[in-house]
Design a binder for this molecule. Structure first.
Ligand code: ADP
Length: 447
């Protein structure tokens, strides 16, 4: 096992990783930007090193400073968390060449699965169903129009290097296709430095259902069941739950086996996620693999009792998976609400500033993953998530009740948050019946 892990991240996920390290008896090194001097992850870690100024490009994305910090502190592994460098193949490779274990899959696997066109090709060669679309990248409008005519409108243009919903455009007709193609390319170039795009059929009112995967370096690969992340705003997840109301035991088993096949195709090691869209007729289609720990991993932890971050660290240390597929049992229901410093009444505009009072909910079945405290200032430099509020109940109805109670207990002074919005979602009759899909907020909540 590792003696010391450097955490190349900030906020709640840095704290989440420190907690897993503590449970495993591993020392921790936090890195921080000048804007994060008084952050909780800095005081919680055994050691802390400043790696640059506030902009992420100068600090949390500053590869050479992070590697130097690991070397100087004698860390034998780096955990990248999510975001920042978590899916940067070059960073993972540099860790490898510096004899620092990157806690994640091999760099070539990050590169392969980060290229959505290549990932689609790879998993489809193993029989994993894809959203109907282009076989590879699409260069010209003429080719795009040909493919769209063949699969039928509406279609989605998506960036090959895409992430965070960027570089994605919907086209309802041939007339709109050219502009959608150009806009997607431009946005992809700006965000990822790569304007390669592909086309998928637009699935109407789909569910976003993903499977948590764990694979070790001995070829053992299991899944921990699904998460339903259909509640999204502008293709960004807001509320996630496990399990999904949509799956029965048979479909769950079939999709789980498909997810394992997809991860095996990539020789995947570490914790990862296979994402699917499911249409109204319960056909499912692979959309992408995320090669990192995800924001929403706690809902899976709550229903399986498995500490995914601990497993991820053990796998990186060369240990065998401590559980087999038959050991995985899903018990009860878990829901996560992302509490962001955003104003739902003003189009979810970020609301940075100092949190004057911070009262966290508690009680049976409640978990809060957060780096906030009374007096903490939310920096405009980073994302606006204040906390992840996760609840567990024996049934979905009990989980919803507990979430409502916990949201009402949660007090965050002086900044606007998404708490009132989540309360509205919980009160929505369609949500309560489990009738959710990715455009739910747009259609049912006018957002
Ligand atoms: P990103 O990597 O940018 O997050 P994804 O491929 O994971 O992109 O898609 C994010 C979300 O966009 C999905 O959860 C879904 O809501 C929507 N989406 C993506 N592809 C399609 C599609 N073909 N049809 C309908 N919605 C889609």
């Amino acid at each position: 096992m590792f003696a010391k892990i450097l955490i190349a991240n900030r906020g709640e996920i840095a704290i989440r990783i420190i907690r897993a390290c503590r449970d495993l008896g591993i020392a921790t090194v936090a890195v921080y930007s000048q804007a994060d001097k008084t952050s909780m992850h800095v005081s919680m870690a055994d050691q802390a090193i400043c790696i640059g100024s506030a902009p992420a490009s100068q600090s949390y994305l500053n590869i050479s400073n992070i590697i130097a910090a690991a070397k100087n502190t004698g860390a034998d592994a780096i955990h990248p968390g999510y975001g920042f460098l978590a899916e940067n193949a070059y960073f993972a490779e540099l860790c490898e060449t510096n004899d620092i274990k990157f806690i994640g899959p091999k760099s070539n696997v990050i590169e392969l699965m980060g290229d959505k066109v290549k990932a689609r090709e790879l998993v489809s060669s193993e029989g994993v169903p894809l959203v109907p679309g282009s076989a590879g990248a699409v260069e010209s409008f003429a080719r795009a129009a040909q493919i769209a005519d063949a699969i039928g409108y509406p279609v989605m243009i998506k960036a090959s290097a895409g992430g965070g919903g960027k570089g994605m455009r919907l086209a309802h007709s041939r007339n709109a296709l050219e502009e959608a193609l150009n806009m997607a390319k431009m946005e992809a170039k700006g965000a990822f430095g790569n304007d390669e795009v592909y086309i998928e059929k637009y699935i109407e009112e789909p569910r976003h259902i993903e499977f948590q995967i764990l694979g070790d370096e001995f070829g053992n690969m299991i899944h921990l069941g699904e998460r339903d992340c259909s509640l999204q705003r502008r293709n960004q997840k807001l509320l996630e739950e496990a399990p999904s109301c949509m799956l029965d035991a048979e479909l769950r088993e079939k999709m789980g086996a498909t997810a394992v096949t997809a991860a095996r195709a990539a020789n995947y090691t570490s914790a990862g996620t296979i994402e699917f869209l499911v249409d109204r007729d319960k056909n499912y289609y692979f959309i992408e693999m995320n090669t990192r720990i995800q924001v929403e991993h706690p809902v899976t932890e709550m229903v399986t009792g498995i500490d995914i971050v601990k497993e991820q660290i053990r796998i990186a240390a060369g240990e065998k998976l401590s559980i087999a597929q038959s050991d995985v049992n899903v018990n009860g229901w878990a829901i996560e609400c992302r509490i962001n410093a955003e104003d739902p009444d003003r189009n979810f505009m970020p609301s940075p500033g100092q949190i004057t009072e911070y009262w966290c909910p508690g009680g049976p079945g409640v978990r809060v993953d957060s780096s906030a405290y009374s007096g903490y200032t939310i920096s405009p430099y980073y994302d606006s998530m204040i906390a992840k509020l996760i609840v567990w109940g024996r049934t979905r109805a009990e989980a919803i009740e507990r979430m409502r109670r916990a949201l009402l207990e949660f007090q965050v002074g002086n900044v606007q948050t998404t708490i009132p919005f989540h309360l509205q979602v919980l009160d929505n009759a369609f949500f309560q019946k489990g009738e959710v899909y990715t455009n739910f907020i747009q259609r049912r909540m006018g957002g």
